[in-house]
Structure formats: structure tokens, C-alpha cells
Design a protein around this ligand. Structure first.
Ligand SMILES: O=C(O)CCC(=O)C(=O)O
Ligand SMILES: [Fe+2]
Length: 211
């Protein structure tokens, strides 16, 4: 008898069931793409928390830079900013919650990044991990801070998966597989905003401590 087995690699995200019980909030698991793991989550932040994040970031935006060279580029036309670690009570609370969702200790977390896109602005297809790094990124959570009238989807072209921004929802994905083909499937873009504007908060996790 011929037995074929596929060995699925273990994922960082280890929650089972349709809910994630974090310290201060129950988060809903809406849908999952399995290989590589992409998880759509709802009720990650309240509308009030989303509004406050936007308000606190609004006056601190500058043209987004790209990669480790930190240059501006047509690849990424949004504006953005990083909060300091533990900058205030809200940032503390959100960072702690995202660390619970991502199953990675908070001291592996980069500062929370806010991005703002106006109509026509986009982030072309890219990987969140670096080609070479002593302490590479391993996972991403993109939290949508507002509803976008048209466009602005987070697109995974290799998976034929487009996630439409919705306030308080998030998309999580990871790229710490030993099979590099799986990591490469996490190529993604922020599609151009057509109508309205788009605000997101991005949390990246590193393999080793950064704080
Ligand atoms: O804006 C998006 O939907 C994608 C953002 C993104 O890819 C990132 O921040 O790395
Ligand atoms: Fe990205």
C-alpha cells in the first residue's frame, strides 16, 4: 500500500478555536489560509482605540522609508511613523495584546508603525523579512484603523488572496518556515487606495529580543 504523507510545519501562531483570549480583549478568528499561515482577525482593537492611534500619529508622519537602506522610494508612497516602545498606556495595551495574538514575547516586538495612504498611494509587492539579518523578522500583524471606501486591499499575489481593510480587523502572517518556498509565498502589497484614505498599524516580530 502506498501511503502519502505531507508533513506540515509547526506554526508560531498556536491558537485553536474561533477566539483568542488576550489579557484585556477577546479577539475573533474570522478565516485562515493554511500554508503559509495567514489569519484574518476581527475585534483586535476597538473603534475608539483605532481613532486614538490615528490622532496620536497624525502630526508625526513623514514619507515612508524602505528596507534597511532607509531611503524613500516609489515602491512605497505612503507616510508613516513609529511609536516608541511603551510610549503611553494605549501603546502598552495594544503592544501587549498583539504580542498575545502573535504568540511572541513583547521584547521581540519592533515599535508599532503607523502608515497613512491617500488616494493613489500604495506599497508595492514586498517581503517583510530581510535578505540577510542577524535578527530577522519572523511575523507581521497589520491592524486596519479605518474603513477604506475603495481599494487599499492587502494583496498576497502568490495566494490569490486580497484582504479588504475594515476598522478594528487585522491580517496576521508568518515567514519563519524552514521551507523557504513557504516564506516566499508571503509576498504582499498594499494596493493603491482608490477612494478615501487608509490607516494601518503594523507590528513586526523579530526572532530574537530587540528590547
Ligand atoms: O498597507 C498594507 O496593507 C500593507 C502594509 C505592509 O505590507 C507593511 O507594513 O509591511
Ligand atoms: Fe509588508
Amino acid at each position: 500500500m502506498l501511503v502519502s504523507t505531507t508533513i506540515q510545519e509547526q506554526t508560531i501562531f498556536s491558537h485553536r478555536g474561533n477566539h483568542i483570549d488576550t489579557e484585556d480583549k477577546v479577539i475573533d478568528v474570522v478565516s485562515k489560509y493554511e500554508d503559509p499561515l495567514v489569519v484574518i482577525l476581527d475585534n483586535v482593537a476597538t473603534h475608539e482605540e483605532c481613532n486614538t492611534l490615528i490622532a496620536q500619529a497624525r502630526d508625526r508622519l513623514s514619507r515612508s522609508k524602505i528596507g534597511q537602506t532607509k531611503e524613500t522610494s516609489q515602491e512605497r508612497t505612503s507616510s508613516g511613523m513609529f511609536f516608541e516602545e511603551n510610549e503611553n498606556d494605549l501603546i502598552n495595551r495594544i503592544e501587549k495584546r498583539l504580542s498575545d495574538v502573535m504568540c511572541i514575547p513583547i521584547d521581540h516586538a519592533e515599535g508599532l508603525q503607523i502608515l497613512h495612504y491617500k488616494p493613489g498611494q500604495e506599497y508595492k509587492p514586498h517581503y517583510d523579512y530581510f535578505k540577510q539579518s542577524e535578527n530577522n523578522r519572523i511575523s507581521t500583524l497589520i491592524l486596519y484603523l479605518n474603513d477604506v471606501e475603495e481599494g487599499g486591499e492587502t494583496l498576497f499575489p502568490n495566494l490569490n488572496l486580497a484582504v479588504s481593510p475594515k476598522k478594528g480587523m487585522a491580517v496576521y502572517f508568518e515567514y519563519f518556515y524552514s521551507n523557504s518556498k513557504l516564506n516566499e509565498l508571503t509576498l504582499h502589497s498594499g494596493n493603491p487606495v482608490v477612494k478615501g484614505e487608509k490607516w494601518v498599524a503594523t507590528q513586526w516580530m523579530r526572532r530574537k529580543k530587540v528590547r
